[in-house]
Design a protein around this ligand. Structure first.
Ligand code: SAM
Length: 327
């Protein structure tokens, strides 16, 4: 039972840990157009610190941890960290989100060491467009990574597609075709505003628009999901794969939010769009006890807002960029 309950009665059971702010792609919607200052190695939590914080969270009722970034596979010896985290008592699911550029050789190793659920980000099935979007010619390595992930048989395999008007909305049906014969869930994510990421309201392709487009060609049936799920899920007639929509902008799911975040430099962030953070790293390095860390985590949660503001207001917030927070 989680003792991480915020002021609005929401129980928190899911922690997203960013293990690095570095990424080998330059997706324009994730990294600010004026760049970021990369953290120095000593600014990041080391593996013992990450494991300690994860243990404290698990003792408070966190039963699922997702590793993210930046690109988590850019963190040296990531598999060692996974092996340190997976036996933590109370932790039922260790998951990861990756751009899959470095996955081909590592998919099995990740699974063997404890990653159960894997999400892969891919916003275009076209090599030239992928390069435009990410600034790198890595399309084939991502496709190879997806193939390796299928072969490794993770408990769940999902593809994240950020859908942006005028960029990749013409590929929506291609993605649905792509998962016809594979037990993969493709998730269309509404474009979210972060610092200097070229966000505009009219670039958001909404859930309603996506659903209409897909339902025009495929027969969709809603799938029941857990109350805290962020996605609206659908089975597709004749498909092994399923399709989902993350409606962060058009229909936010704050009332059932069960997530809390830890940035690579050791700050607890209670909400993706709420700028204030509580830094655990410096207090840990100054000798804080576990009880003090628990107090800081609970304080962060007590500040968590009931809901995030409307999209246009979020865009004006002095929040960190997605690549710095960990999506
Ligand atoms: N590097 C890894 C990856 O590419 O999956 C993990 C980190 S990335 C920040 C996590 C997810 O956040 C990706 O699926 C990415 O597409 C998504 N993301 C980043 N910026 C976003 C934005 N502005 N709106 C919606 N999703 C975004």
């Amino acid at each position: 039972m989680s003792s991480l309950v915020d002021s609005f009665g929401r129980k928190h059971t899911y922690l997203r840990i960013s293990v690095t702010d570095k990424c080998n792609l330059r997706c324009f919607y994730c990294i600010p157009h004026d760049g970021i200052v990369w953290k120095r190695r000593e600014e990041l939590l080391d593996f013992d610190e990450l494991t300690r914080v994860a243990r404290i969270f698990a003792a408070l009722g966190i039963d699922k941890i997702r590793l993210t970034g930046g690109e988590p596979m850019m963190r040296k010896d990531l598999v060692k960290l996974i092996a340190m985290l997976s036996p933590i008592p109370g932790l039922r699911t260790l998951a990861m989100t990756t751009n899959a550029t470095l996955l081909k050789e590592n998919a099995r190793l990740l699974k063997q060491n404890g990653i159960k659920q894997l999400n892969i980000s891919i916003d275009s099935l076209r090599r030239d467009r992928f390069q435009q979007l990410t600034g790198r010619d890595e399309h084939q390595s991502v496709l190879d990574g997806i193939k390796a992930a299928i072969d490794a048989e993770f408990e769940t395999l999902k593809l994240n597609v950020v859908t942006i008007a005028g960029v990749n909305e013409d590929e929506i049906l291609d993605f649905v075709h792509f998962i016809k014969d594979e037990s993969i869930n493709v998730r269309f994510i509404e474009f979210m505003p972060f610092r200097n990421n070229n966000w505009q309201i009219d670039r958001v392709v909404t859930y309603k628009e996506l659903l209409e487009k897909i339902a025009g060609e495929f027969e969709l049936t809603p799938i029941d999901t857990e109350p805290s799920a962020v996605a609206k899920d659908f089975a597709i007639k004749g498909h092994r794969g399923t399709v989902s929509f993350i409606t962060s902008m058009s229909d936010s799911f704050c009332s059932t939010c069960n997530r809390i975040r830890l940035t690579a430099d050791g700050s607890v962030k209670s909400c993706l769009f709420y700028p204030p953070e509580i830094n655990l790293r410096d207090r840990m390095r100054a000798g804080a006890s576990d009880a003090e860390i628990v107090e800081m985590i609970k304080y962060s949660l007590a500040l968590k807002p009931e809901a995030h503001p409307p999209a246009e207001e979020i865009a004006a917030l002095e929040n960190r960029a997605m690549i710095e927070i960990g999506g």
